[in-house]
Design a protein around this ligand. Structure first.
Ligand SMILES: *[C@@H]1O[C@H](CO)[C@@H](O)[C@H](O)[C@H]1NC(C)=O
Length: 172
């Protein structure tokens, strides 16, 4: 079995419609059926404790659309920091029954899931995006200090999304 590896080009900074700054990366040696899970480590070392910023990873499903997962600062509540975890699909026909999720993504088709918790700035959270083996995908933030698994949400992508609703090898 081949081992997939990730290459990140920090030189290729892109300015897209909504992103302030970004870097493009891709995974090599991915089987033609794609990946069934991927984990993105994310640490907000320091940020204003306000809404408005989204530290996100974008991924693409084979022959269909994209999704995002990541972390947003929020104002402190009761003197404690609050982090907002996001997991979304921009694929038309995505569905959900998860209480953390709602139809629509940025005003278009898809599903958006989110959860808030008293997160810790400077702590690494691993954002896991995982398939149940078919079309159901679950987003989880894993606290790398306590090991706690924070459920962000779960959605189903249409079977028409390539038949194999797995990640493409080309992600930007
Ligand atoms: C994934 O979950 C869906 C919905 O519960 C189910 O229909 C499907 O069989 C599951 N897939 C696998 C491989 O377990």
């Amino acid at each position: 079995m081949k081992t997939a590896s990730i290459s990140i080009s920090l030189a290729s900074l892109i300015l897209s419609g909504k992103a302030l700054v970004g870097s493009e990366w891709s995974v090599t040696n991915v089987p033609s059926t794609g990946l069934k899970d991927i984990t993105f480590p994310l640490t907000i070392v320091e940020a204003d404790h306000i809404s408005g910023y989204y530290f996100a990873q974008q991924y693409a499903f084979i022959n269909s659309g994209i999704g995002y997962t990541g972390l947003q600062p929020r104002p402190d509540a009761n003197g404690k920091p609050v982090l907002h975890g996001v997991f979304s699909s921009f694929i038309d026909g995505s569905t959900t029954t998860d209480k953390n999720c709602a139809p629509g993504a940025d005003g278009g088709p898809g599903v958006s899931c989110s959860v808030e918790w008293n997160g810790v700035y400077g702590r690494r959270y691993d954002f896991e995006v995982k398939s149940n083996g078919s079309s159901v995908w679950t987003g989880t933030a894993i606290d790398t200090v306590t090991g706690a698994r924070i459920h962000i949400g779960s959605y189903t992508v249409p079977a028409s999304a390539g038949g194999h609703p797995e990640f493409s090898s080309r992600i930007r």
